[in-house]
Design a protein around this ligand. Structure first.
Ligand code: ADP
Ligand code: ZN
Ligand code: ZN
Length: 825
């Protein structure tokens, strides 16, 4: 687009909190191509920041306007395809997030350069600083570091820059005691290069007359042997040096003589470590699968946007539908995006795809290091991989020409990002498909109420898989009413006699049991026996959970821990006791009841490391485990053929949460856990323990009755005018001082009420303290905007930004805008 002779104006999204794109002039001396998708270094205020080139401004620039010039071009080829730009623009608009920050969030990390400052002590400064410290008795950490190390790193300086120390340092600079060095940070993520050895072009002309040293001859012999076994002309240097350690030196001399050539090739870091298992392709599809696949493939041939809700009971073979339609898309020369809810952990789905498509798969999830993620990203960008698989952020995978997008377990709340850029990846997947004229499959056994509503309105097409593979029956589900169970001396009874005898029978038959409780830890309430005071986290007003094995109390919101003897903050008594229960306690109790059983537990505590998680799953698959205890983590997508009993300790855990989605979520969770039983040859049995056996979420789950649950839920929502009958935007304010947060919330509400005067159809609920009133030391207030008209709601949000109270504009109170919130805590 541009070259050295003419200046063009560029539309740039800067990686900074700037809500619109900016215009810059191309650099004078740039001879490379300025194509959309590359990074630029541009001036912003007094600093240099990373910008992403979106396009050339053909509008020209109004005269008199000062246009700054791009100061550097950071890439020679784009990081994302041009076809993604409209997608980024839409995300920025809809979620009210600065567009440059959207792109930065989408790209692999470590690619954001900016100017940084470092402080270096000058020779005269040292004497000054020593004297100054003595006189002022100043002992701040940074002063200490500056004195000891003669300098402060960019990160340390960055932290100081928002404190009064900045003034001081600027004066010192003026007096020549320190230098403030401004420089541009480097990329921390780079391609991995590996050195390869090949015969040089001039090698053919080498005559017999050339004499080799013995070490050179040895190197050539080994190299020739390796070449003979290989189907390429290049051998990794490390392969040579592995066989012959001393090869490095003769390689250099052989290169000088024109015998061999050394070249760096880009290689990709192996993210799988151990290659996943191989899954054979089933020979015959079920009738239902066949029909679903045919319908989807037909839609793909039309090259037009279509969304299918694949409603298939657990174990009905949804994966095979994804695999076959992906195969068809590949044959049409299209690319495929597959989203899975898991975070950091590898899913079976990933293994299925890898087993079917091999190296055409690239994986993007948060368990990868930034470098590995960058490699996977680049393989997709350069078309070396055609299938992107990943958790929610993979919705930004750099794919062009998408034919198919699959969202597995579409109802899962893990698709919602809950901080920073708050987006719903399932919704974005549908949007991206509409822009690319691609086909979407939303797969689930328990559709989100909003998705099913879209079927009823004709926006989505439903495809049903009502039968399990090989007509295996759905498991028999029994409810145990905990109210009717006599408890021993008033203590909570964890296991009803019915559950205990079912476990016994299952163990006797050498089958596996899965015991589910969606709460980790040992005891989830700690309180003082003397005065009744609950033990709360110092930073969050939330009770702490006892983790007995670690000997610690843990806050599940901020991770704060307390260990050692716990003393009541109120009366100083040390009689602090725990009540309530979590998975750790269940494990201990079950081990007491069944001392011979081999018990394993899967929750965030036991699988902080991916290896441990994978090892436990493997142990279950290979029948080294009799009872598996777990949280939500065991409900997703795992296929354990020998599990015949599923026990749910307490189904009501999520029902008391003040959130309009809690009924829907409880049903989905129970249905998912229930679906783990009887996936093999033998029939499955499920026991749900509950205090509310009449609650619609629980009794519909017992009968595998999605439709009744949906009708109940949709009626409720319609009465209360909750989604899908309206759209919501939650505005949350956070700050260190309680009073200031409250006052700002009240002011913000006033601003909104004023804006609402000439807009009918949007209502404001609140402001009120958030149900979790204090997290990580920050007080939280929120208010909810509800409206039927999306456009109206969003234009209102724009007005809010422009008229926000001063504390929000100054940044002392943080305002988070959560569009389509999934979680109101
Ligand atoms: P879902 O995702 O719907 O819960 P899966 O896709 O995991 O179910 O399928 C359940 C099991 O059935 C898997 O082991 C899968 O390999 C197997 N399977 C799927 N389709 C077929 C088929 N047509 N014939 C035989 N086995 C199949
Ligand atoms: Zn007390
Ligand atoms: Zn906390």
């Amino acid at each position: 687009m541009g070259n050295s002779s003419s200046i063009v104006f560029l539309e740039v999204a800067v990686a900074a909190p700037v809500r619109h794109t900016l215009t810059y002039a191309s650099p004078h001396d740039h001879s490379g191509l300025l194509v959309p998708g590359i990074r630029l270094l541009v001036p912003l205020g007094r600093r240099l920041v990373t910008g992403y080139l979106l396009g050339v401004d053909t509008q020209g620039v109004s005269p008199g306007k000062q246009i700054k010039q791009v100061s550097d071009v950071l890439d020679s080829s784009p990081l994302f395809p041009e076809s993604m730009i409209p997608f980024f623009r839409w995300v920025a608009d809809y979620y009210h997030h600065p567009i440059g920050e959207v792109i930065r969030h989408a790209l692999p990390s470590g690619l954001t350069r900016r100017s940084t400052r470092r402080i270096v002590l000058s020779s005269g400064g040292r004497i000054f600083l020593e004297k100054w410290r003595r006189e002022k008795r100043e002992d701040a950490e940074w002063v200490h570091i500056l004195f000891e190390k003669d300098q402060l790193s960019a990160a340390q300086t960055h932290r100081l820059w928002r404190t009064p120390a900045r003034r001081l340092l600027e004066t010192w600079k003026h007096n020549g005691y320190v230098q403030i060095i401004e420089e541009v940070s480097r990329d921390t993520t780079k391609p991995k290069l590996e050195r390869y050895v090949g015969f040089a072009k001039s090698y053919d002309r080498v005559t017999e007359a050339v004499k080799f040293l013995p070490s050179e001859q040895k190197t050539i012999n080994i190299f020739t042997d390796l070449l003979a076994e290989s189907d390429t002309r290049w051998i990794a240097k490390t392969e040579l040096t592995r066989i012959y350690r001393g090869a490095a030196k003769p390689l250099r001399s052989l290169e000088k003589k024109g015998i061999v050539a050394l070249r760096d090739f880009r290689v990709y870091r192996d993210i799988f470590g151990e290659r996943p298992r191989f899954f054979p392709k089933p020979e015959k599809l079920t009738q239902e699968q066949d029909k679903a696949i045919a319908t989807i493939n037909r839609a793909m041939r039309l090259h037009d946007f279509a969304t299918f809700l694949l409603h298939g009971v657990t174990g009905s073979g949804k994966t095979e539908v994804y695999l076959r339609t992906a195969e068809a898309a590949l044959e049409n020369g299209k690319t495929i995006l597959l989203l899975v809810p898991e975070i950091a952990l590898s899913s079976q789905l990933e293994a299925h795809f890898y087993s079917r498509f091999g190296d055409r798969v690239a994986v993007l999830h948060s368990g990868l290091s930034p470098r590995e993620r960058f490699d996977q990203w680049s393989r997709l960008m350069h078309g070396e991989a055609k299938i992107a698989i990943g958790a929610r952020s993979a919705v930004y995978a750099p794919l062009d020409n998408i034919g198919l997008i699959v969202v597995d377990e579409e109802h899962d709340s893990a698709y919602k990002q809950e901080d920073g850029l708050r987006y719903q990846a399932r919704d974005l997947a549908v949007l991206r498909a509409s822009q690319q004229k691609a086909v979407v499959i939303l797969g689930t056994a328990t559709p989100a109420v909003t998705s099913f509503h879209n079927v009823k309105k004709g926006k989505f097409t439903i495809l049903r898989l009502d039968k399990r593979i090989e007509d295996r029956p759905l498991p028999r589900v029994e409810l145990v009413d905990l109210k009717t169970i006599n408890t021993v001396s008033g203590k909570t009874l964890l296991f009803s006699p019915r559950l205990i005898s079912a476990i016994k029978e299952t163990l006797a038959q050498k089958d596996q049991c899965l015991i589910f409780l969606n709460r980790r830890g040992y005891a989830n309430h700690m309180f003082c026996r003397q005065c009744g005071q609950a033990v709360q986290c110092q930073l969050c007003n939330i009770t702490m959970t006892l983790h007995k094995a670690r000997g610690e109390l843990l806050c599940h919101y901020c991770g704060s821990q307390a260990s050692g003897a716990i003393i009541c903050v109120n009366c100083r008594s040390n009689e602090v006791v725990g009540v309530g229960f979590g998975t750790e306690r269940i494990e201990e109790e079950l081990q007491k009841l069944f001392p011979k059983a081999r018990i394993a537990r899967l929750d965030r505590d036991t699988s902080a490391k991916r290896e441990n998680y994978l090892a436990t799953l493997k142990a279950v698959r290979e029948d080294h485990v009799d009872i598996l205890i777990g949280t939500q983590m065991i409900t997703k997508g795992h296929h354990f053929p020998n599990v015949t009993l599923v026990g749910i300790i307490w189904a009501d855990a999520g029902l008391g949460i003040p959130d309009f989605k809690s009924g829907e979520r409880t049903f989905q969770l129970l249905a998912q856990v229930t679906g783990r039983a009887g996936r093999g040859e033998k029939e499955g049995r499920v026991i749900i323990q509950t205090h509310q056996p009449d609650h619609y979420s629980i009794c519909t789950a017992q009968k595998h009755d999605y439709h009744t649950m949906y009708e109940r839920e949709i009626t409720l929502r319609s009465h209360l005018s909750f989604p899908p009958f309206s759209r919501l935007v939650n505005l949350r304010l956070e700050g260190k001082k309680e009073e200031e947060v409250e006052q700002t919330a009240v002011k913000l509400a006033e601003v909104i009420r004023k804006l609402l005067q000439n807009r009918k159809g949007v209502t404001l609920l609140g402001p009120a303290p958030a149900p979790l009133t204090r997290i990580k030391g920050k007080y939280r207030w929120q208010m909810l905007l509800k409206g039927k008209n999306v456009r109206m709601l969003h234009s209102l949000c724009n007005g809010i930004f422009d008229n926000a109270p001063p504390a929000v504009k100054a940044g002392t109170i943080k305002m988070a805008v959560d569009v389509d919130p999934e979680n109101m805590l």
